[in-house]
Design a protein. Structure first.
Length: 145
DNA sequence: GCCAACGTTGGC
DNA sequence: GCCAACGTTGGC
């Protein structure tokens, strides 16, 4: 098991790159992941803890996992939410994938067929089990041992 | 541009 | 509580 995965939950966060991309995160170094307004995604956000990894997926034209970020805060209320129990977390950029892992590659990989990204294409915040995280990191040529 | 897969809203 | 209508996301 890559050292990077030890004792960490891995998540996958979807974003439309024209709204906020991994490049923006590379520039900003840190961001607050806000605006989630879906209960299931919110419930996943609430389970995040400091030190967790979050893979960033670009929807739309790119359709690929492009990099890794790290969760650096506990979930806390999203100030933009007008009422309702919505949260956000703070992220820092961790590492860009050397090679983006495309949706078509993921779909073509038998061992990833249970990934929520495939099974529940509209969910924007989802857990990634360790076995899947290992495979994705390997496919992205992100050597973190 | 279309459509599948949701999620939400509102009438009943 | 059900369901039709509508809205949104996101892949193709």
């Amino acid at each position: 098991m890559p050292a990077i995965l030890k004792k960490r939950q891995t998540w996958l966060l979807k974003t439309e790159p024209s709204t906020y991309s991994f490049k923006n995160l590379l520039k900003d170094k840190q961001t607050n992941w806000n605006g989630v307004r879906n209960y299931q995604a919110r419930n996943n956000l609430k389970k995040m803890t400091i030190g967790d990894l979050a893979l960033i997926y670009h929807s739309g034209d790119e359709k690929a996992v492009v990099g890794i970020s790290k969760v650096i805060s506990e979930p806390y209320p999203d100030p933009d939410a007008q009422g309702g129990d919505w949260v956000q977390v703070d992220l820092i950029v961790f590492k860009a994938f050397e090679k983006p892992v495309t949706l078509s590659e993921i779909k073509a990989t038998q061992s990833l067929k249970e990934l929520a990204l495939i099974k529940q294409s509209r969910l924007s915040v989802m857990p990634v089990v360790e076995a899947h995280a290992e495979i994705l990191l390997k496919m992205g040529k992100t050597d973190e041992n």
